[in-house]
Design a protein around this ligand. Structure first.
Ligand code: URA
Length: 210
């Protein structure tokens, strides 16, 4: 049904996600689990990165060894909850360039409001991975991808922890060229735009705010 969506059903991802969903999981634990899951999701989203070879010398002999091709990729965190995913992905891809999109959700209209945008140079030549834990209505994700495309990005992927069917459909309609990788496609959104069963407010849970 959603050919642009990959749900990573690896046992470790699913186990860690269950722990994160638990209401009783404390902030420090939630953060640690998010960092660990983000690395497993990053593994999946970078599976088809273009490769080349370079000549190296091992202690035994010379060889043409595989290495990543092209410009360093750009990770773009959709603030503020995106930062929780960003940290883990950066540990796996430390040479990535990093950008930030500041959007908040107007609680009445559920529409995104922009307050910050800073991305690396040469966005048109990079693989860009936008990260935001919750793909809910899809409004802020679509707006963030709009902004990234305006900055020149042509090859964009979207990494999230949980997705709602409504958000996946909205992304497909607005940005069918952007593949999505997630740990779970949940049931639905509630009347306040929260993912159900979900895990609550991802930002609040990772930063200990209310
Ligand atoms: N943002 C969140 O943090 N949680 C949701 O369930 C939806 C949007």
């Amino acid at each position: 049904m959603y050919d642009h969506l990959t749900v990573v059903d690896h046992p470790l991802v699913q186990h860690k996600l269950t722990l994160m969903r638990e209401e009783s999981t404390p902030t420090s634990e939630f953060r640690r689990l998010l960092r660990e899951i983000s690395q497993l999701l990053a593994y999946e989203i970078t599976r088809e990165l273009p490769m080349t070879t370079k000549s190296i010398t091992t202690p035994m002999q010379q060889m043409d060894a595989p290495t990543l091709a092209g410009r360093k990729l750009a990770l773009v965190s959709i603030l503020r909850a995106g930062n929780g995913l960003l940290d883990g992905v950066l540990e796996l891809i430390p040479s990535a360039r990093v950008g930030f999109v500041g959007l908040y959700r107007d609680e009445d209209t559920l529409e995104p409001v922009e307050y910050y945008f800073k991305v690396p140079e040469h966005m048109d030549e990079r693989l860009v991975i936008a990260v935001d834990p919750m793909l809910a209505t899809g409004n802020s994700s679509v707006a963030a991808i709009d902004m990234l495309k305006k900055s020149g990005a042509k090859n964009i992927r979207f990494l999230c922890l949980l997705a709602a069917p409504e958000g996946v459909a909205r992304m497909k309609e607005a940005h069918p060229d952007v593949p999505i990788v997630t740990a779970s496609l949940d049931e639905r959104l509630n009347e306040k735009g929260y993912i159900v069963p979900g895990l609550g407010d991802a930002g609040d849970r990772m930063f200990g705010t209310k």
